[in-house]
Design a protein around this ligand. Structure first.
Ligand code: AGP
Length: 606
């Protein structure tokens, strides 16, 4: 994951910028750089590889400026070369960026036509020229940034400095975190509080959509609508913990909010953003020839695998056998010659999943694993590892790992489809375009959680909750039930919506809320019929859908309005409301949200 830092001071800042970048090394990177304002103009030093290479460069070519920005880059658009390393700049502006600018090609074409010359393959460079273009039109630095932000589409965090301005820095965030540190006549900026912990423990967290104007002695923050906003400084815990909660009450909340950023980084691992196609690592097996895929996992990871079953069978036309790991291994499922077995695990240490991996290997399967910890046992015993770049997940309830698992599995499904000719290049580009939009769609959902707090109040008064979904939304219903029960301790069950009338409908009365995951896809009308069966028996319907509420054709206890997404990406986008429903219910129930009773983050016993 990329890291951003910035320092506004009256003393040279280059060494402290590198020190701050070193504290972001845990995020992973492949190049680094800093830029400062030197005697009124912009200077920068960049280097491929580790920070020591940048430090060597600075020893031979020092920077003396008192205002500067820095970046550790995890390559998304363009190879990890010095040329593509941040900061990017023109003579007037320098920018560091974390995230994905979705409409960078369109902006690049427009700015090239306006006479701007691009040097790199990165999406970030479009931001630099866009701000420069606004300043060339006579706008002040602050107004130029404001105008540029209104043109950007995607999930991003930005830090910006200007030639001739040695007491000005700007910052903006949508989908990637940014924190501002307050010093004595100095200001600091970081992707998280860890980066600036050596300088201050008094920090201000920017909210989604905020942008900020930093001067050495004052901070002005503006909200997503450009209105002045008050963001209260807090004491950072970063000194105590390498991983801190940021401005969130729980790790789970922080990790829910990290999803736009970490999905972007997971996407960048599998998607060639410049070409708009999938680039999988060497799988070590001919994807065109595998007779069947077997998927095994536990808990939330299993539900990610279940979504993958729908994707792979529908888009790649390969049969998928899936089971929870603790069952697959003991039923001695017959496995095909030359088959591919895929194991999904956040920790990479789950005993049931590991045991089943070994069973599948003993039975001649090629082993792939989708893991969040690359040094884990499951990763080490796999023929190929498909990493999720979710970063450390502290909350026991898996959230960002789940959506990163879905992201990696979606890319795998496309790659298998392409290898078998079930998906042509046009379809691939269409599906990839939809995937690249997901971080922004999730960031926009996270701008306002009030509807989930309201719904949570209704749930705290109940003892039994049903979640329903059809097709690829059925695993989401199961995951929603698991999330709710594991952190709020309310009893919840997930069912295929079509299954309700075969028994579970006997449970329905006015005391049983029914939460329905119903994107307006090809199965929406059938799901609506099930909703009406529930309503006819007095059940309380809570509908999560991008369709207007009146299309339910019955009264609703709650209507969670969702962004219009694509049938392919709905499972990732619809993970957010079910996570937030569980989170806000658990907060109201007063349970230990991050460490729920009886549970462990990684179950290393069978
Ligand atoms: C999910 O919220 C739970 N923490 C649990 O079901 C978890 O997904 C399961 O134990 C699998 O863990 P893993 O992904 O580390 O293998």
């Amino acid at each position: 994951m990329c890291g951003i830092v910035g320092i506004l001071s009256t003393r040279p800042v280059a060494a402290d910028l590198v020190d701050a970048l070193r504290r972001l090394e845990y995020r992973g990177y492949d190049s680094a750089g800093i830029a400062t304002v030197e005697g009124g103009h912009l200077e920068r030093r960049r280097a491929e590889g580790k920070l020591r290479n940048l430090e060597s460069r600075l020893l031979s070519e020092p920077l003396e400026g008192n205002v500067g920005i820095g970046h550790t880059r995890w390559a998304t658009h363009g190879k990890p070369t010095e040329r593509n390393a941040h900061p990017h700049m023109t003579a007037r502006v320098s920018v560091v960026h974390n995230g994905i600018i979705e409409n960078f090609r369109e902006l690049r074409e427009e700015l090239t036509a306006a006479g701007h010359t691009f040097e790199t393959d990165t999406d970030t460079e479009s931001v630099v020229h866009l701000i420069t273009d606004e300043m060339d039109k006579g706008r002040s630095p602050v107004d130029a940034v404001k105008a540029a932000l209104s043109r950007l589409k995607g999930a991003f965090a930005l830090a910006i400095i200007f030639a001739g301005e040695d007491n000005l820095m700007m910052a903006a965030r949508l989908g990637s975190p940014l924190v501002i540190g307050h010093g004595d006549g100095e200001m600091y900026l970081g992707s998280d509080a860890i980066a600036i912990a050596p300088f201050t423990d008094t920090v201000t967290y920017l909210d989604e959509g905020d942008y900020a104007v930093l001067h050495r002695d004052r901070l002005e923050v503006f909200d997503k609508d450009g209105r002045p906003a008050v963001r209260t400084p807090v004491k950072s815990q970063a000194n105590a913990l390498l991983i801190d909660k940021g401005n969130h009450r729980h790790f789970m909340a922080k990790e829910i909010h990290e999803q736009p950023e970490v999905i972007s980084h997971t996407l960048a691992h599998y998607v060639d953003m410049a070409q708009g196609v999938i680039r999988m690592p060497e799988m070590g097996i001919d994807l065109a020839k595998i007779p069947r895929i077997t998927i095994a996992a536990c808990g939330t990871a299993f539900y990610a695998g279940l979504v993958a079953k729908y994707w792979i069978e529908r888009y790649a036309r390969v049969p998928v056998e899936i089971d929870i790991a603790s069952e697959l291994r003991y039923r001695e499922a017959p496995l095909p010659e030359g088959g591919l077995a895929v194991f999904v695990s956040q920790s990479g240490e789950t005993a049931d999943t590991l045991a089943t991996l070994r069973y599948c290997r003993e039975n001649g399967q090629h082993i792939a694993s989708v893991v969040n910890v690359r040094t884990s046992t499951i990763a080490r015993e796999s023929d190929v590892v498909l990493p999720t770049l979710a970063g450390p997940e502290i909350g026991v309830a898996s959230t960002k790992a789940f959506t990163c698992q879905l992201t990696a599995l979606a890319c795998l499904a496309i790659a298998i489809g392409r290898a078998r000719g079930a998906i042509d290049e046009t379809r691939e580009r269409e599906l990839v375009r939809e995937l690249v939009e997901v971080p922004r769609q999730i960031a926009n959902q996270l701008l306002d959680e009030t509807q989930f707090e309201t719904l949570a109040h209704l749930l705290t008064k109940t003892r039994d909750v049903l979640f329903l979904g059809r097709g690829v939304s059925f695993p989401l219903a199961m995951e929603g039930a698991l999330k709710l029960k594991e952190i709020s301790y309310l009893h919840a069950e997930g069912y295929a919506a079509g299954e309700l009338k075969h028994g579970p409908i006997a449970l329905i009365d006015e005391n049983v809320p029914v939460i329905v995951v119903a994107p307006r896809d090809s199965l929406f009308d059938k799901t609506v019929s099930n909703v009406q069966e529930v309503a006819a028996r007095g059940g309380q319907i809570m509908l999560i859908t991008d369709a207007p509420s009146e299309e339910a054709g019955c009264p609703l206890a709650a209507h969670i309005a969702m962004p219009l997404a694509h049938e392919f990406t709905n499972p990732i986008v619809y993970a957010i409301p079910i996570q937030l429903i569980a989170y806000h219910t658990a907060v109201l129930m007063g349970t230990d949200v991050d460490q729920p009773r009886n549970l462990a983050k990684s179950v290393t016993v069978e």
